[in-house]
Design a binder for this molecule. Structure first.
Ligand code: ARG
Length: 459
């Protein structure tokens, strides 16, 4: 049991208590950030003449040694240390002796852990953002190739109006684009350095907090030392953004699962992204999409968990806050895995364009356009709605689409119908006429693609 305290204790910590309290099994995840934070702290202490140049150099080379030894596997992080901070400090003292004992001058583990967690999550925000960019690139590629791939659009999972595959994919482009913007916002808001806040009340040493913040690429130091050690808003915001990403991925997964099922057959998931059944030889299951959908619950769980942990905490630091780590790390790893796998699945997904088109032609997705035809020929919309309702009923009886009827049949329902109706309610017309920005018409879609491409080239 190696710990950084003990002077005022007369008994050894109970072994169970020690294990319950220890965090090394998970906070070793930010080992690198812990060392980098210490390096910046030491450089600042020397600049302020709190440490000598010689002490600084000894500490820096000791820390560099620990970093490279752990990363090349010659030094192992073991649970004989309480946490990653103790591991680094104890190893430093072993290596360089007395100078190592000065590392923690003007610092508490409270501001240290706040820094480490921020550095770690800040790094991951950028990683997740770039994975989302790859996903957007895949979506954009599918959009570009499918401006005229017709499919039914649904409401209530009932065929509604015809759209294109580009349009459907474009909806997800918007969602993941907003997800990236949320991550950018979080980055900007969290990017203030807590180091120098001490346990809660700052320190009496003449620290240069601006300098530390600058060394670690922060926008500046945090402005309230109590808030700095007690704040986990950025973790909550991040988990909220991650939950939203998972919600989007889950909806997309659900659609792919539906589209992939035997009845729809709009898509075929590549063999590499499907799995078989141990008993039913014919099966090819969409397990990856299902797992992405399933793992969404786990990321939501992390958000609810940290919100609940934080809700009753008095200022400033409380040990409850140690609970922010495992669930955040798990949520980050889950989201990264899901985004990457989903992108791979999308890149290899085969779209059955003819099936989609045939499906769009069935199910009266052009009924609104047929009503609009009547309106354009002087029939008030409410009457047109009623006429087309009757027409649809007739079609159902005859098992035909609107444009499969003869002009005589149409005229028997309304004399306003003429030959041009067939053109007006064709699948192509229904889509192509929808030209306002945001609609599926190819011209509007080309304009949206231009905007999205420009966005991807800039961000
Ligand atoms: N392992 C602790 C955490 O994750 C580090 C901070 C410990 N501070 C303290 N006062 N015990 O929150």
């Amino acid at each position: 049991m190696a710990q950084l305290w003990g002077g005022r204790f007369t008994k050894e910590t109970d072994k169970l208590v020690y294990n319950f309290n220890a965090s090394i099994s998970f906070d070793q995840k930010f080992f690198r950030q812990d060392v980098e934070g210490s390096m910046a702290h030491v450089k600042m202490l020397a600049k302020q003449e709190i440490l000598t140049e010689d002490e600084k150099n000894q500490i820096l080379s000791g820390l560099e040694g620990i970093l490279s030894d752990v990363e090349n596997g010659t030094l192992e992080i073991t649970d004989e240390y309480e946490d990653i901070h103790s591991f680094v400090e104890a190893n430093l003292i072993d290596r360089i002796g007395d100078a190592g004992k000065k590392l923690h001058t003007g610092r508490s583990r409270n501001d240290q852990v706040a820094l480490d967690m921020k550095l770690y999550t800040r790094y991951e925000v950028v990683e997740i953002n770039s994975l989302l960019k790859e996903l957007l690139e895949s979506i954009l590629h599918i959009m570009e190739e499918n401006i005229e791939t017709y499919m039914p659009g649904f409401t209530h999972l009932q065929k509604a109006q015809p759209i294109t595959l580009a349009h459907h994919m474009g909806a997800y482009f918007e969602m993941f684009k907003r997800d990236r913007q949320r991550l950018d916002d979080i980055y900007a808001r969290m990017n203030y350095c807590p180091l120098g806040s001490g346990a809660l009340a700052g320190t009496t040493y003449p620290l240069d907090r601006d300098y530390t913040a600058q060394l670690l690429d922060f926008s500046g130091p945090t402005l309230n030392s109590m808030d700095a050690v007690a704040d986990r808003d950025y973790v909550i915001e991040l988990l909220s953004a991650l939950s939203t990403i998972m919600m989007h991925l889950s909806r997309f997964s659900e659609e792919i699962i539906i589209w992939n099922c035997n009845e729809y057959h709009f898509v075929e998931i590549d063999d590499a992204y499907s799995t078989g059944s141990s008993i039913m030889p014919q099966k090819k299951n969409p397990d990856i999409a299902e797992l992405v959908r399933g793992k969404t619950g786990r990321v939501y769980g992390a958000l609810v968990s940290i919100l609940t942990t934080m809700k009753g905490l008095p200022l400033a630091y409380n040990k409850d806050m140690q609970e922010d780590k495992e669930l955040t790390f798990d949520a980050i790893d889950t989201v990264k895995g899901c985004v990457a796998l989903f992108t791979g699945m999308l890149n290899t997904l085969k779209f059955n364009k003819e099936v989609m088109k045939t499906s769009a032609m069935k199910g009266f997705t052009n009924a609104t356009d047929a009503a609009d035809y009547l309106v354009n020929h002087g029939v008030p919309f409410r009457d047109a709605h009623g006429i087309i309702g009757k027409l649809v009923l007739y079609c159902i009886e005859k098992d035909k689409a609107i444009d499969e009827l003869s002009l005589e049949e149409l005229k028997a329902i309304s004399p306003v119908f003429e030959q041009e109706l067939f053109e007006a309610v064709s699948l192509e017309t229904c889509v192509n006429k929808r030209t306002t920005i945001g609609a599926p018409g190819p011209d509007a879609m080309r304009e949206v693609l231009r905007i999205q491409k420009e966005y991807l080239s800039l961000k």
